[in-house]
Ligand binder design. Structure first.
Ligand code: 3PG
Ligand code: MG
Length: 403
């Protein structure tokens, strides 16, 4: 199922002012970018717009901006500097507290064909996250064409990805957006079978609709991470001090019934790595043991899948032709509790199947553990890829012109 939206290949922006919304919401530490995957992923579209001879105006949000103080640390200036290096051409930073104020407008006036500028963090404008009209109009006033390549933000309906799109004649998607939707969309709606989906992460509540939707689409659904304990409790097992959401026990029962009715395999941990308590600090050395998942001691906390479970999950991956993975299997930030996540990552790295990693923590885990280049596709969207896997329409995508 392809994306039925106009793309940058359907237009030529020669001599035009093109506003390109990217997701440059990258982690920063002391002003340094610690993971530049989102910048690298944005380059093909930016290069295409430059090659066309467009006047390229980039924009993005960065983090959450709630106070004046936040504005000091959440400027996009470091992104402009790094993008200049990655592109091999200057990306002029249009510093402006109003994002599209006098400074930015002057920078847009001065821009020549093939030049690139980057606007300040769109969330410096309070209307941004409310999709308020004034800021959308400001953005529309400085461009002739709008390109949305911010897949990571596509689940938001904000001025810079949705509002502005409705105020310009031409609103298309970029290559990254297209690639993400192609990979995720094919995996979910047209998978080569068997299709195995692996879900992990801390909370069931974050993945309710994903579990339900993927059960309908996949052949085998694998559950790991903290969310598995609510399922185990729903089966009537003792889970000790493990993370449980008591309000979701009935939901887990429902999902287990649903799997049975649909004839789908739903795999839960058969053994669990437990400790006395959560590691503090998170990467502290910790004494662990592996116990059967139906016999977790009442005074212990489950923090990773066990060795037998890792084998079981790896076997399921071995026979798959399509694998989608979202969420770590345990507290992967701790080397002792990363074994389950590593085992699953390894099984994905070793298979010939199409392997797709939902963004956020799973992408971070796969990259940190050194398996990044072994995966077919690693999404740049955390929340966005989850909402896509839920089967929801993404407002950022919907706002672009249809083909
Ligand atoms: C993300 O990283 O989740 C996206 O960039 C969206 O950011 P947000 O969650 O702050 O809206
Ligand atoms: Mg987010």
């Amino acid at each position: 199922m392809g994306l039925n939206k106009k793309t940058v290949d359907d237009i030529n922006v020669k001599g035009l002012r093109v506003l390109c919304r990217c997701d440059f919401n990258v982690p920063l530490k002391d002003g340094k970018i610690t993971d530049e995957n989102r910048l690298v992923a944005a380059l093909p579209t930016i290069k295409k717009l430059i090659a066309d001879g467009g006047k390229v105006i980039l924009c993005s949000h960065l983090g959450k901006v709630k106070t004046e103080e936040d504005k000091k640390t959440k400027t996009l200036a470091p992104v402009a500097a790094r993008l200049s290096e990655l592109l091999g051409q200057e990306v002029k930073f249009a510093a402006d507290p109003e994002v599209v104020g006098p400074n930015a407008k002057a920078a847009v006036e001065a821009i020549k064909d093939g030049d690139v500028i980057l606007l300040e963090n769109t969330r410096f404008r309070p209307e941004e996250t409310k999709n308020g009209e004034a800021f959308s109009k400001d953005l529309a006033s400085i461009c002739d064409v709008f390109v949305n390549d911010a897949f990571g933000t596509a689940h938001r309906a904000h001025c810079s990805n949705v509002g502005v799109a409705g105020l310009v004649d031409t609103a298309v998607v970029g290559y990254l957006m297209q690639k993400e939707i192609d990979f995720l969309g094919n995996a979910v709606n047209n998978p080569e079978r068997p299709f195995v989906a692996i879900l992990g992460g801390a909370k069931v509540a974050d993945k309710l609709n994903v579990i339900s939707n993927l059960l309908e689409k996949c052949d085998t659904l694998i559950i790991g991470g903290g969310m598995a304990f609510t399922f185990l409790k729903a089966k009537g097992y003792e889970v000790g001090n493990s993370l449980v959401d008591d309000t979701k026990i009935d939901y887990c029962k429902e999902m287990m019934d649903k799997a049975e009715k649909l004839g789908k395999k739903l795999l839960l941990p058969i053994d669990t790595t437990v400790a006395d308590s959560f590691p503090n600090p998170i990467d502290a050395e910790i004494a662990v043991e592996v116990v059967p998942s139906d016999a977790i001691p009442a005074d212990k906390e489950g923090l990773d899948i066990g060795t037998k479970t890792a084998e079981l999950y790896a076997d399921a991956v071995k026979s798959a032709k399509t694998v989608v993975w979202n969420g770590p299997m345990g507290v992967f930030e701790n080397p002792i509790l990363a074994k389950g996540t590593i085992a699953v990552a390894k099984s994905l790295a070793e298979t010939d199947a199409t392997t797709i990693i939902g963004g956020g923590d799973s992408a971070a885990a796969v990259n940190q553990l050194g398996f990044g280049d072994k995966m077919t596709h690693i999404s740049t969207g955390g929340g966005a890829s989850l909402e896509f896997l839920e089967g929801k329409e993404l407002p950022g995508v919907a706002a672009a012109n249809d083909k």
